[in-house]
Design a protein around this ligand. Structure first.
Ligand SMILES: Nc1ncnc2c1ncn2[C@@H]1O[C@H](COP(=O)(O)OP(=O)(O)OP(=O)(O)O)[C@@H](O)[C@H]1O
Ligand code: NI
Length: 391
């Protein structure tokens, strides 16, 4: 994570994927239009005792950008990405998800399938679920290639073998004919990545892609994803409870707690100066990349999403919680002056934009709260108050 900044004025994007031009021959639309724009996403299961798994999530993702979403089990990470791609089953999704400007909330099954088949590729934790056990891996990748564009069977076969090679599977022509169960766990995961690439996606969504794998297999997969994102100029939306994996792959990180994003910022800002007490506790609960220290588990457990705490949802577990304040109304969004990119993109542009801003929803940085050493008010740039809703 070198903190060096480009000294030239020439704008350079790592992927060559300048917004407003074309990425892999696809029109990315107006220059200021993100690839993916999620606004006020809300997903509810059930009606009599509704469980709101995702509650007002929003973010932008531009061409070539990498965003990681972290949080404890049950925070709503998977439901967020499933809502984005229209794979939510019997849940109710509201808000807006625009893919290249096109609204996906309420889109037809056909439109959604088209987007998933070409624009957005997906990788999940469980490769077994991604493949039909009764057909060869090769046949399934061929099918994915042919579903996305018109190519002959032979061309699709060649492409599938190239894809298997690209994801690091040895003897790709031989492994093409194998059934999913003949692949090891790590290889099956790589094959699922190959299948996700079949439609030449501009965005790869990966939900816990390395979870449950051996450490060395995991490291190989992280390297593969990093190379693919760089080589293909893809955007990456990575969901993981593993901050290590996220920080190796993503320039921006969002932290989810009980269905909401409670802090977001560049990797450098988030890891270097976490602002939300939950983020601070989360960082202390996981191993540090370079410093050995004792891990402190976060006390308590995540709240029920059927009946979430009023005010800040973290207040029952928060060391900074103030009665009458944190448990009363939803906290304001505090923007910090240490936003901007993390210096690794080389574009020399450190001005915080809405997309790269460092923000946390917390009262500890406001005048209404006694504050404390961990809550540096001098870093605050602005505070956006909400309407005073209690939840
Ligand atoms: N189909 C469903 N019906 C009802 N509730 C659901 C459904 N899918 C998910 N949930 C609930 O939504 C909440 C968020 O789940 P989600 O899978 O998004 O969590 P997560 O952050 O991905 O955590 P994990 O690390 O466990 O994958 C959980 O309380 C879960 O039980
Ligand atoms: Ni999940």
């Amino acid at each position: 994570m070198a903190d060096t900044h480009s000294t030239t004025d020439a704008p350079s994007t790592p992927s060559g994927a300048d917004a407003g031009e074309t990425v892999d021959g696809h029109d990315t639309g107006p220059a200021d239009q993100p690839l993916l724009r999620v606004e006020d996403l809300r997903t509810q299961f059930g009606h009599r005792d509704p469980l709101v798994a995702v509650d007002g999530v929003g973010f932008d993702l531009r061409a070539g950008e990498t965003l990681g979403v972290v949080g404890e089990s049950g925070a709503g990470k998977s439901v967020t990405v499933r809502s984005i791609v229209g794979l939510i089953g019997d849940g109710d999704v509201s808000g807006s998800v625009r893919w290249r400007g096109e609204e996906l909330v309420g889109a037809s099954t056909r439109e959604l399938r088209e987007v998933r088949g070409s624009g957005i590729g997906m990788v999940f934790q469980n490769a077994e679920a991604a493949f039909d056990p009764s057909r060869t891996v090769g046949a399934q990748i061929v099918e994915a290639v042919r579903a996305s564009r018109e190519v002959s069977k032979d061309e699709a076969r060649e492409e599938a073998i190239d894809l298997l090679a690209e994801v690091g599977i040895g003897d790709p022509a031989g492994r093409f004919r194998d059934y999913p169960h003949e692949y090891s766990g790590g290889m099956a995961q790589r094959a699922m990545v190959a299948m996700a690439l079949a439609g030449e996606p501009d965005l790869l969504i990966a939900d816990e892609p390395t979870t449950g794998l051996d450490v060395s297999v995991q490291a190989g997969l992280v390297d593969l994803l990093r190379d693919l994102v760089a080589d293909r100029g893809m955007s990456l939306l990575l969901i993981s409870h593993d901050l290590g994996v996220v920080s190796q792959l993503c320039e921006r990180i969002a932290v989810m707690y009980a269905g909401r994003i409670i802090e977001r910022g560049s990797r450098k800002a988030l890891l270097g100066s976490p602002r939300h007490p939950y983020t601070q506790a989360f960082l202390r609960s996981v191993p540090d990349v370079d410093v050995r220290r004792d891990l402190e588990p976060i006390g308590g457990s995540p709240p029920s999403l059927e009946d979430p705490p009023a005010g800040c949802r973290f207040h029952p577990r928060c060391p900074a919680a103030e009665a009458g304040l944190c448990d009363a109304a939803v906290p304001p969004t505090v923007r910090f002056a240490d936003g901007g990119d993390d210096g690794t993109s080389g574009d020399g542009d450190d001005a915080p934009t809405d997309a790269t801003a460092h923000e946390a929803t917390c009262y500890a940085y406001t005048e209404d709260h006694p504050g404390g050493d961990a809550y540096d008010r001098s870093a605050v740039e602005s505070i956006e108050w909400r309407g005073g809703e209690s939840r």
